[in-house]
Write a protein that binds this ligand. Sequence first.
Ligand code: DOR
Ligand code: ZN
Length: 335
Amino acid sequence: MQLNAPLDMHLHLRDGEMLTRIAKYSAETFSGAIIMPNLVPPVTTKEEVIAYRQRIIQAIGGKTFIPYMTLFFHPSFNKTFLNALRHDITAIKLYPAGITTNSEEGVNGFDIEELRPVLEAMSELEIPLCVHGETNGFVMDREAEFVHIYEKLATAFPKLKIIMEHITTKESVEALDRFDNLYATITLHHLLITLDDVAGGMLQPHLFCKPIAKRPEDREALLNVALRAHPKVMFGSDSAPHPKHAKESCGCAAGIFTAPIALQLLTELFEQHDSLHTLQAFISDNARHIYNIKATPKKIILEKKPFQIPPDYEGVVPMFANKTITYSIKRVIHL
Ligand code: DOR
Ligand code: ZN
């Protein structure tokens, strides 16, 4: 099996020592990734985006990998400010305040009129809007409740590309086809697990993330669009490393680390569903069309050979640690 220029359209690379430790796991096998801006403090200025990009480039040490940078949405942005950094970013990420890890500086209340000037400017400058779409309602209902906000946004700003990040519900899948300007990323873990895997038996902290994995019928709806590589969906791992002690503790941090195993597990999954022929579109081609980006050429050769997932990658426990899966990375060809 061969994949060309895999792209991860939703990735947390962190900063400092964690960035140095984990960046290579994405840079080795992916051609590029949309880099999430939820650092502490969040990435909100041109100077911060440029400096963070430099730190990423340094951390990946010569590997061919493009970090597509994002800015952390703030209602105080204006068109002059955005115009000045238009070429330093690929998108802007909007978080409702407090909804997930490091999102305290996000948007409060979600008043579309308050956000209108920024969203209009983004629309005119053709800057896509990536959204963490959850309300602060009951945890299983948060994403479904947010769909009406997606609908309002999509209607009010028809030229704005809106990416529903890491969708987990059939309601979000259904919204995709109702609005031309709605797109979505789908993670690996939400294609593989449901809430049962997280909390149905003994609690599994390494499967705990936001949005939480949902019901079997939601997973089915996600699988349905991913496996046929619906042109409006693309892969975004939401790989979100936390140190082992922050996961295996009382008050477990949300986030699942999948970067080093994503391609192998996606290949296994698509093969199980007789869909290997659509994986290239899901892992790269759709994203390139949606974002209108060119990806650095890179060829990943996978082989059907058992691979035992390590217990940890430099202190970060991956999803399915110690499990044996059916595909391995054989070779990476830099073109
Ligand atoms: O589980 C999550 N972890 N969901 C997010 O939205 C953020 C992420 C993180 O940064 O750890
Ligand atoms: Zn994320």
